[in-house]
Ligand binder design. Structure first.
Ligand SMILES: Cc1ncc(COP(=O)(O)O)c(C=O)c1O
Length: 391
């Protein structure tokens, strides 16, 4: 047993993070101050995008990306089945229809063929939201080609620090219109709650900024002129129905400090993944998805998932999870496929669609403790317990 309970993921907070937040607390601005711009500049630079727009969480990032793209009633978005529900909710918030798409068994992400079929079969297809499941961005260039004519919004919530097959950083939007990130505590970096959209498109960035702040424009050069009596320094115009999706300066200050440590977080995740891969390679009831060296090398490595053949093991997943919990090891299932969720199941087209890969994944998957601050002792303990329980 280790001294602390090990969840599948957790934040890594150090003295520099704490000092950055304390500085922000002592500054003139707790929100709408300079730290947000600093974080946006640092994030844009890190991923190689022209713009980063920081928001209050990843769900807001996805929602605003869909709105900025103009998604609305009469439109349809294709969404990967293997994701958190927020990805499918975002186009739904905008009044668009959602078609849930099965994933590819090798990558657990959308394949270009699936996206091409989606486009061919739906005259109202406007957008597609691939999800970089576990941190792995897959078939990005080919997917962009297959999606020609559609808006591509990457759900990159797992994948900060990862790269596409050709070495482009995730978030640089080389193969998409926008990429959405989450900075929830289990994610590659954290701001407590937080998110961002990156894009290379100036107009999309302008709309994202407008919509995160109620739809309010303060730039006199952009006033529509509909408030002729408000001709003074107090003037602002609400030009669209936006939201308060702003990130605070406390969060942004933490974000800058965390971004500075992203490479060290990734390096530690790589070490742990390599150790686990070695320990589990010989287990005949366990398979390791996304574990090819080329996949591990460029993944953001958000999750470490194993596929367990529970039938051959002769134990139910919930019993295995309970056994591991008793040993101080937290595990999780990522995810219940979106098509199974009652809200989205009720909205599936009459043909319904088939989701054999997501179903097979769901039947076997288990996410095990995997975060940068795990000590060598903790990693070895988890590997040994898993190997014992799954043999
Ligand atoms: C794939 C994916 N998309 C979207 C989200 C939503 O992010 P947030 O929790 O920051 O709203 C999450 C986070 O749980 C996620 O894992």
């Amino acid at each position: 047993m280790t001294a602390r309970f090990l969840g599948y993921g957790r934040q890594t907070i150090g003295e520099a993070d704490i000092a950055a937040v304390v500085d922000a607390l002592k500054s003139d601005f707790l929100t709408q101050g300079p730290a947000v711009e600093r974080f946006e500049r640092a994030l844009a630079e890190r991923v190689g995008a022209r713009h980063a727009v920081a928001v209050c969480n990843g769900t807001a990032a996805l929602h605003l990306a869909c709105l900025a793209a103009g998604l609305g009633p009469g439109d349809r978005a294709g969404v990967a089945d293997l994701t958190f529900v927020a990805t499918a909710n975002a186009p739904t918030y905008c009044g668009a229809e959602v078609t849930i798409l099965d994933v590819n068994s090798d990558s657990r992400c959308l394949s270009p063929e699936t996206v091409g079929d989606f486009k061919r079969h739906h005259g109202d297809a406007r957008a597609v939201l691939p999800v970089h499941y576990g941190g792995l961005a897959q078939s990005s260039e080919a997917l962009r080609r297959a999606a020609e004519g559609l808006v591509v919004i990457e759900d990159a919530c797992h994948a900060l620090g990862g790269t596409h097959e050709n070495g482009e950083a995730v978030g640089g939007c080389a193969f998409s219109d926008m990429a959405a990130f989450s900075f929830h505590p289990v994610k590659p970096i954290t701001t407590g709650e937080g998110g961002a959209v990156t894009t290379n498109d100036d107009e999309l960035a302008r709309r994202l900024r407008l919509l995160r702040n109620h739809g309010i424009e303060r730039d006199p050069g952009r006033f529509a002129g509909s408030l002729p009596d408000e001709d003074g320094p107090w003037r602002y115009e609400q030009q669209a129905l936006g939201f308060n999706y702003r990130m605070t300066d406390l969060q942004a200050a933490l974000g800058v400090a965390q971004l500075n440590r992203l490479d060290s977080f990734l390096a530690r995740r790589r070490e742990i993944a390599a150790y686990y891969d070695g320990c589990f390679a010989g287990l005949d009831k366990v398979a390791l998805p996304q574990s090819r060296p080329d996949q591990r090398a460029r993944s953001g490595l958000h999750l470490y998932t194993i596929d367990v053949d529970f039938d051959r093991l002769g134990r139910r997943r919930s019993d295995v999870m309970a056994g591991l919990r008793d040993a101080g090891i937290g595990t999780q299932v990522h995810y219940i496929p979106v098509h199974r969720q009652p809200f989205h199941a009720a909205r599936l087209s009459p043909a319904g669609g088939a989701f054999p890969v997501a179903e097979a994944h769901y039947a076997r998957t288990l996410s095990i403790p995997f975060f940068p601050s795990m000590t060598d002792e903790e990693v070895e303990y988890v590997a040994k317990e898993i190997a014992t329980q799954l043999t």
